[in-house]
Design a protein around this ligand. Structure first.
Ligand code: IMP
Length: 430
């Protein structure tokens, strides 16, 4: 039986929430392995809309174990608030159905301060982060000065972690003209929150291994998208974690062999929130049409998403770097009614054709997309549940995407409703 990793194959917001929910019903364990509460996964269950930022989507389904792996950065206050919001709506969250890696690094208020101060100071060069402190928290992780969840259980350890962390941050803040950290207040807040989060702390790598040996199905739930990956994304306009499927292994403590199927979530056009290169961006009526019909507003920050044509060169690249075996194509219905559609197949730069986005940031802003034009369709594809329900042109569009990205469609999603899904390959059964 296969374990499945689900990752975004563009700049995030590909519609992972619905697909993860659809798969989580058939999984036993659902694991987040990177990112933090910068994610925004929207799920519609029995007509109720839930927006999750930090908790794995499995939390909404009774009888599943949800796990937050060590690859995540965890804001304990955001966690407690999200749990509180769910409990108010009758969703049960306890140590029975939620486990958090004891070695997960914490996001503290000082990380959010730094995120904000830096973005403000950067002016036009700002990355457009979600302001959640994600980048600064990951910096402290690799800088070996994080406070980790398990550190909250021992006062002496916590104090020595704070020594190291504040020596760094106070120096940084002096340089930025910010007030030093109020250490006593921070320590007090951490002691207060500790009893609310420590009950979930566990060596989750061991739990996951036991579950795998027992033949349970594990779903690894990626956040953001491959083009925001800190190594392979449009650096420096990226998030600070590895968003590729490889992170599912080191971000949980399961060996790479534990993941048999990588499902890439791909939107039928392209969107991006925040700053950075976007070769197929449409600053015209069609771009505004996609934004309006596709409700392209950020779940976490409420910002408008930038919209553009499907970029097959980029998705071919991300399917390769994430080892995607099949894609889930989402929001095809947003293209209904357009006379013709364009697909980017590569780029031109300085008179040369290239079939992938160059690594150099300066070149990324200068590439000119090479488009192929395809006929659109006037009929509605919304709610289609079989290929026969789709207009011929829509099928041609999907088939052309498969050819260009060199990866087959495993699932096709035709509306936010979970039943409106065409299943070609069952990732768990493969
Ligand atoms: P950060 O992750 O808050 O540091 O933001 C870095 C970049 O990643 C910004 O361009 C954000 O808009 C983008 N980003 C972070 N999380 C998401 C997400 O879940 N969906 C889409 N974009 C995201």
């Amino acid at each position: 039986m296969a374990n499945v990793a689900v990752v975004g194959a563009q700049w995030g917001d590909e519609g992972k929430g619905k697909i993860v929910d659809w798969l989580s019903e058939r999984a036993d364990v659902i694991v987040r392995f990177q990112g933090g509460h910068n994610a925004g996964h929207t799920l519609v269950i029995d007509g109720e809309v839930y927006k999750l930022s930090l908790l794995p989507s499995g939390i909404l389904r009774p009888g599943k174990l949800s796990v937050i792996g060590n690859g995540v950065v965890l804001d304990p206050w955001a966690l407690v608030a999200e749990i509180g919001r769910l409990c108010e709506r009758g969703v049960e969250v306890s140590a029975e159905n939620l486990a958090i890696a004891e070695n997960v690094p914490l996001i503290l208020p000082l990380h959010q301060d730094l995120d904000r101060i830096r973005e403000q100071a950067a002016g036009r060069a700002a990355i457009g982060t979600t302001g959640r402190g994600i980048g600064p928290a990951y910096e402290d992780k690799v800088g070996r000065r994080s406070v980790r969840l398990g550190d909250l259980s021992d006062d002496a350890t916590l104090e020595s972690r704070l020594d190291r962390l504040l020596a760094h941050h106070d120096a940084l803040r002096r340089g930025l003209g910010a007030a030093p950290i109020d250490r006593a207040d921070l320590a007090e807040r951490l002691r207060e929150i500790a009893p609310q989060v420590l009950p979930y702390a566990r060596p989750v790598w061991e739990d996951l291994d036991a579950r795998r040996r027992a033949g349970e199905r594990i779903l690894f739930e990626g956040a953001q998208g491959a083009l925001l990956d800190v190594d392979f994304g449009t650096y420096p306009f990226v998030t600070s974690s590895n968003t590729l499927a490889g992170m599912a292994s080191t971000g949980t403590g399961m060996g790479p062999g534990a993941i048999q199927f990588v499902l890439g979530i791909v939107k039928a056009y392209t969107t991006r929130v925040g700053a950075g290169p976007f070769p197929t961006e449409l600053d015209d009526e069609i771009g505004r049409h996609l934004a309006q019909v596709g409700h392209e507003k950020g779940t976490v920050t409420g910002r408008d998403r930038r919209c553009g044509w499907f970029d097959a060169a980029l998705v071919r690249q991300t399917c390769t770097t994430s080892g995607v075996r099949g894609i889930a194509l989402t929001k095809l219905d947003v293209l209904d009614g357009l006379d013709e559609l364009k697909i980017c197949t590569g780029y031109e730069i300085d008179g040369r054709r290239v079939d992938h986005l160059p690594m150099a940031a300066e070149q990324q802003t200068r590439v000119v997309p090479i488009y192929e034009t395809i006929a659109g369709w006037s009929e509605s594809t919304a709610g289609a549940r079989s290929w026969a329900d789709l207009p011929g042109e829509a099928v041609k569009y999907v088939r052309r995407i498969e050819e260009l990205i060199r990866c087959p469609v495993a699932l096709l999603s035709t509306s936010p409703e979970r039943e409106d899904t065409i299943l070609v390959t069952d990732p768990f059964a493969d």
